[in-house]
Ligand binder design. Structure first.
Ligand code: HEM
Length: 339
């Protein structure tokens, strides 16, 4: 196996990634990234618990009678296939919401790449089930036509971005995989932002509520805005983060020489190909690690710029020094389908 550290070490010490105009120090940005990720994790867990679990505690008909029954009233009398799709959607959506933030945790990816890969497969499967089910229930949603287009568009993009992320990692294009995963999770996170926008939109109407105003009309006003509001801003933020980190953004590819997308790195030669059986992979991995330990004794520290994510800040450089354990983690990653 060859190691293209020359490609990956192209810009180890650049002060900021392309497009990043922020003045913050790397340490400050790392702290900011950690805080943001912790917020995303906790808010995702909170919504998965509070929005999904209540539907699993009682039948829809019973929930429809209670004031805290959510949208149960909308689904209690629907035909069986719609009700099945509803449950499939909320369970799969809940799984995606819980697993998604973990995939951006660098520590897990590097220390437990197998866990990352399996969690990623379950996440993608959840997107598949949750996305198709969302398309089934979208025509009967509570927001009418705007909901059909807003939730329907969200469902289509959820499936497409999940598929593109999966396809990118199957061809070992880690940067593209990461970019599509960020877009995809920004869409998953719509489940959280919807539940932030909704009370805000109810609140802003308070000053205009007169005695005798129908609360259903106030709610309908707010609900009509969320089918788009819950995901369009998320996608814009994701795209901004992708560009800031030097990953392949939709409107701009990373500059050559500053950061090479993994797709433009040389493809492995036939001799480099991953062995197909598990035992052969373990053997090659062990040999590779041993040879790398030998190499590192003679080689000065090299740095590998592979972007950043939760817990490592905007400017992440995996160190290859000291035997290349980090590099091996990253390469295993590239080879086995995680990001
Ligand atoms: C990102 C793609 C998603 C799409 C396209 C989508 C679509 C929908 C649609 C059309 C409805 C019915 C709304 C109505 O009847 O007015 C709905 C409801 C629901 N969805 Fe999603 N959803 C998505 C993601 C998620 C995720 C990640 C979760 C995880 C928590 C989730 C949980 C729920 C729940 C619990 C409901 C029931 C309504 C409620 O109690 O708020 N959805 N979704």
């Amino acid at each position: 196996m060859t190691t293209d550290t020359t490609q990956k070490t192209a810009a180890p010490d650049r002060p900021s990634t392309p497009g990043d105009t922020s003045e913050a120090s790397p340490a400050a940005r790392r702290t900011g990234t950690r805080i943001a990720w912790t917020w995303v994790l906790l808010s995702s867990l909170g919504i998965a618990a509070f929005a999904v679990v209540p539907y699993l505690t009682a039948p829809l008909r019973e929930l429809a009678e209670s004031p805290s029954g959510g949208l149960a009233g909308n689904y209690a009398e629907q035909p069986l296939p719609i009700r099945i799709a509803f449950y499939a959607h909320i369970v799969a959506g809940g799984i995606a919401l819980v697993l998604g933030p973990l995939q951006f945790w660098r520590g897990l990816r590097e220390r437990r790449p197998r866990v990352h890969r399996w969690t990623g497969r379950v996440y993608i499967a959840a997107i598949g089930v949750g996305g198709i089910a969302a398309l089934v229930i979208a025509p009967v949603n509570d927001a009418g036509l705007v909901g059909l287009f807003g939730f329907g568009g969200l469902g289509v993009l959820w499936l497409v971005t999940g598929w593109l992320a999966y396809r990118a990692i199957r061809r070992h294009d880690v940067d593209t995989h990461r970019a599509w995963m960020m877009r995809n999770f920004a869409l998953t996170y719509a489940a959280v932002t919807l539940r932030i926008w909704l009370p805000l939109l109810l609140l802003v109407q308070l000053p205009f509520i007169a005695d005798g105003t129908d609360f259903d009309a106030v709610f309908a006003n707010a609900y009509a805005a969320v089918p788009f509001l819950c995901w369009v801003p998320n996608l814009i933020v994701a795209e901004w983060l992708i560009a800031r980190r030097g990953l392949p953004a939709l409107w701009r590819q990373p500059e050559r020489g500053i950061r090479q997308p993994s797709s433009s790195r040389p493809r492995p030669t036939p001799g480099d190909r991953r062995p197909t059986t598990r035992s052969a992979r373990v053997r090659v991995g062990r040999e590779d690690r041993n040879s790398r330990r030998g190499e590192s004794a003679q080689r000065p520290a090299a740095r590998l710029a592979v972007g950043d994510d939760a817990g490592d800040g905007v400017e992440r450089h995996d160190r290859v020094a000291g035997g290349g354990a980090d590099l091996l983690g990253a390469r295993e990653h590239v080879g086995l389908g995680g990001a």
